[in-house]
Design a protein around this ligand. Structure first.
Ligand SMILES: C[S@@+](CC[C@H](N)C(=O)[O-])C[C@H]1O[C@@H](n2cnc3c(N)ncnc32)[C@H](O)[C@@H]1O
Length: 411
């Protein structure tokens, strides 16, 4: 269990009363492997001081109001977990008793639906399913005892989500204030072929240093994830504005007016309002050879409220019209593990190198690939390689300085 094994945990007394939205506790922000540096950057930008951190998450101190704000703003994180309780635990009986001692009836209505997810790395229990079941039992039994009715429970993560970590003889019980992962922004109604996760796409765009000032060109756009996340970044639009369901909304004490205020403050900062651009970023160009993919990308961008910021076109990547200026060109070609024939892909990567040299001089080029051998076919010298993971595939974002009359070299 990576999460717990690598955590440096400061044991603090649990301080949550259960109903005070302003009361502080530890907030654990989780992310996919490789993204913690990007999450840290975002969290610090939002004004939080980062405490302990590990490969797939970091901690800040904050209230449930902070948790709402983090859910709305974070582009590269998966979940925002609010610590309810932690304790020493050497058996499932102790787990049940400790979880039963939390005043769940003050937090969860008996009409709600509860799901428990967890990671377990301890000799005190054989599998995490059993531990999750015990936590679920403790919660619903307590509520039934106090309110006379047991809430429904199951696997769906679109209501109340409680998260358990059990490492050796230590347990942490969190409220998963996100519910569903934050990568589920709500704009990708049609996923398309081999789409990037929205959080990964946001991290890739962040790695390029893009801030909306110059042009951004995204040939091979597929379902448009990179271009849409870039448009969010350019317009300072919080990625969570579109989502209408978060775990915190299902808590008994959810304050809808406070949430509306947080959202409206955020959308005031956003430079795109009412579907019109109050601020016009540099052009964002998204193209793909597959007309169906471009159709999907347009629909997704429309749902995301940023279609007016993106120029779409159907064409071979080499025919993409590259705006003048010192922009960024970012491509996510197939890399042979899931799609595409190797020999054909080698030729495609070589053509990407030609496209960069011939049409993108003055730009900074980026290729996101999970296949280093294909990366070498580009035939240009990389100036930097950023490490990423796409699900379990180790990937690289290759960076190329595309000076006029680009230096050719082998990497
Ligand atoms: C890995 S997918 C990109 C996925 C995208 N990043 C997303 O999140 O949906 C690669 C895309 O490259 C496109 N493609 C392949 N060959 C192309 C070519 N010669 N010119 C333009 N697009 C091409 C495919 O149609 C596909 O949509």
């Amino acid at each position: 269990m990576k999460d717990c094994a690598e955590r440096t945990v400061v044991l603090r007394k649990p301080r949550l009363s259960g109903v005070d939205l302003e009361e502080k506790s530890t907030i654990l922000i989780t992310c996919s492997p490789g993204l913690v540096g990007y999450v840290r950057g975002e969290v610090e930008q939002l004004g939080y001081q980062v405490g302990a951190s590990h490969s797939t998450g970091l901690e800040v101190e904050g209230s449930q109001v902070d948790a709402m704000r983090l859910n709305l703003h974070l582009r590269t994180a998966n979940n925002v977990l609010f610590l309810l309780k932690h304790f020493k635990c050497k058996s499932v009986g102790e787990l049940y008793d400790n979880v039963s001692a939390v005043a769940w009836e003050e937090m969860i209505s008996c009409k709600e639906y509860v799901s428990v997810v967890g990671k377990v790395d301890t000799g005190f229990v054989d599998n995490s399913m059993f531990a999750n079941l015990k936590v679920k039992d403790a919660i619903v039994d307590r509520i039934a005892g106090k309110r006379g009715r047991r809430p429904d429970s199951g696997k769906e993560r679109d209501n109340v989500v409680v998260q358990l970590y059990w490492k050796d003889d230590k347990c942490w019980v969190y409220l998963n204030t996100s519910g569903q992962k934050l990568s589920d922004r709500g704009y990708r109604k049609i996923p398309g072929k081999a789409p990037l996760r929205e959080t990964l796409a946001a991290a890739i765009i962040t790695a390029t240093g893009y801030n909306g000032a110059g042009p951004l060109v995204c040939p091979m756009c597929g379902s448009g994830t990179l271009a849409i996340e870039a448009a969010f970044i350019a317009s300072r639009r919080p990625p969570g504005l579109l989502r209408s369901n978060y775990g915190f909304m299902h808590m008994k004490y959810f304050d809808a007016s406070k949430w509306r205020r947080i959202r409206s403050e955020a959308s005031k900062q956003s430079k795109v309002r009412g579907g019109k651009a109050a601020f016009v970023p540099g052009p964002i160009v998204a193209t793909d050879i597959d007309a169906g993919a471009v159709e999907v990308a347009k629909k997704n961008a429309t749902t995301a409220g940023v279609a007016h910021l993106i120029d779409f076109d159907v064409c071979d990547f080499a025919e993409t019209i590259v705006p003048k200026g010192a922009g960024i060109v970012v491509m996510n070609p197939e890399y042979g593990l899931r799609l595409g024939d190797m020999r054909e892909l080698e030729a495609t990567y070589k053509r990407i190198g030609d496209f960069f040299k011939q049409k993108c001089s003055g730009y900074t080029g980026y290729i996101f690939t999970g296949n280093p051998a294909l990366g070498k076919k580009v035939g240009l010298r990389t100036s930097r390689r950023f490490e990423f993971y796409n699900a379990s595939i180790e990937c690289r974002l290759l960076k190329y300085e595309l000076y006029s009359g680009s230096r050719k070299g082998r990497d």
